[in-house]
Design a protein around this ligand. Structure first.
Ligand SMILES: Cc1ncc(C[n+]2csc(CCOP(=O)(O)OP(=O)(O)O)c2C)c(N)n1
Ligand SMILES: [Mg+2]
Length: 268
């Protein structure tokens, strides 16, 4: 699998999906494409023909507004027809802008209220230990989301419960909805905080580099007694220069058809 080519294709599809509506959570969708690609095309034990396969690995995107990137991956994996992508967030759609496990095949948790998805991931990891199904539970949180108290309550429990079947990622793109995270309520030093909560921590300098992500996941799977937090230092809007340059304004950004064409050209 050529991760970089696949990531480009998923970014194109994400742009087309959001472009069909004309507005959406572009920044936080594009920043997680690389981790999604490494998970879905290499690591996860899943079956698109049987989305609820018992004992499957799970991905819970706690920053649930990044649904469009996940939908691009799920369509490409064959969970549903690619034509669904053009129904994003329209009335009666199966693809709302925030993830919904009751509407979309392949979505493992309903998320969008920041902090809650991560708590659910910890609960699912604990349940998996109890039933001994040997699943790995993956979850992605945002850096802005890490300001939520609920993140730290759940994180404390996961460390104490020694949930080594839980592999979390922080999409550390340094921006949130209306500003840079450091200016609003700085969450640093993330690495030291997670270590203090009993987690194994791996920090990746380029969180948009699939090879670094792959290496980190391989290492995380060897953890014997701790959950692992992989801190991805990413770029919000990664892959399209005018979207990257918009900074935090790309959080929920309008996209004209000319801009869609420009973005697709850059991602050829
Ligand atoms: C509990 C809660 N408060 C506020 C919001 C509104 N909201 C949606 S996204 C967002 C910013 C999140 O920033 P971050 O976690 O860094 O996400 P990313 O940069 O990856 O988009 C906010 C405040 C929400 N969805 N849930
Ligand atoms: Mg952020």
């Amino acid at each position: 699998m050529n991760f970089k080519e696949k990531a480009k294709a998923i970014r194109r599809s994400t742009i087309e999906t959001i472009g069909s509506l004309g507005v959406g959570h572009i920044g936080g969708s594009l920043s997680i494409v690389d981790v999604l690609v490494v998970l879905y095309y290499k690591h996860m034990n899943i079956d698109p023909a049987n989305p609820k396969m018992p004992g499957r690995d799970r991905l819970i995107i706690s920053k649930g507004h990044s649904g469009p990137a996940l939908y691009a991956v799920l369509a490409d994996k064959g969970y549903f027809d690619k034509s669904w992508l053009l129904t994003l967030n329209r009335p009666h759609t199966s693809l709302p802008s925030h993830c919904d496990m009751n509407l979309t095949p392949g979505v493992d948790m309903t998320t969008g209220s920041l902090g809650q998805g991560f708590s659910c991931a910890v609960g699912v990891a604990k349940a998996s230990k109890i039933v001994k199904d040997h699943a790995i539970i993956y979850t992605i949180i945002g850096d802005g989301e890490s300001q939520e108290g609920q993140i730290w309550e759940a994180g404390m429990f996961a460390g104490n419960a020694k949930l080594n079947n839980l592999i979390a990622f922080t999409d550390n793109n340094h921006a949130q909805i209306d500003g840079f995270t450091a200016d609003i309520n700085c969450v640093d030093p993330l690495s030291k905080k997670w270590k203090a909560f009993g987690w194994n921590v791996i920090e990746i300098s380029d969180g948009n580099d699939p090879d670094q992500i792959d290496t980190a996941i391989i290492k995380a799977k060897t953890s014997r007694s701790k959950p692992t937090m992989i801190i991805l230092n990413t770029i919000k809007g990664k892959g399209v220069s005018f979207i990257e340059k918009a900074g935090y304004a790309n959080h929920n950004m309008p996209l004209s058809q000319d801009q869609v064409a420009m973005a697709l050209k850059e991602l050829e």
